[in-house]
Write a new protein. Structure first.
Length: 104
């Protein structure tokens, strides 16, 4: 009987019960899942930061383009520029006083 008791202690201390083994496996899988999720969140955070930086750069470029287009619009719609285009492109000139008709 003493030999049998020693054998039971040896097998109990050398092996884990199936319930404890499942619990350890479950905790290990949970830890790995949490680790991968945490890593994925970090990568997404960095990627979003890069996208925000690129969008801000694009916004600055578009604002600069808008300013230059406003300056060009003002230059092209100035009376002097319009009279030069009219003379050069359409061969128009300022009418002589006898060509002006005043309407009542």
């Amino acid at each position: 009987m003493a030999g049998n008791l020693k054998q039971n202690k040896k097998s109990a201390s050398g092996r884990l019960s199936p319930g404890i083994a499942r619990m350890i496996l479950l905790l290990l899988l949970l830890f790995l899942a949490e680790f991968f999720f945490h890593t994925w969140c970090g990568v997404q955070c960095i990627r979003t930061g890069y996208e925000i930086t690129a969008a801000e750069k694009r916004q600055d470029e578009l604002l600069e383009m808008q300013k230059s287009l406003q300056v060009e619009l003002a230059r092209l719609t100035a009376p002097q520029a319009l009279s030069q285009v009219a003379a050069r492109r359409f061969h128009l000139k300022t009418p002589a006083p006898e060509q002006v008709v005043v309407l009542p």
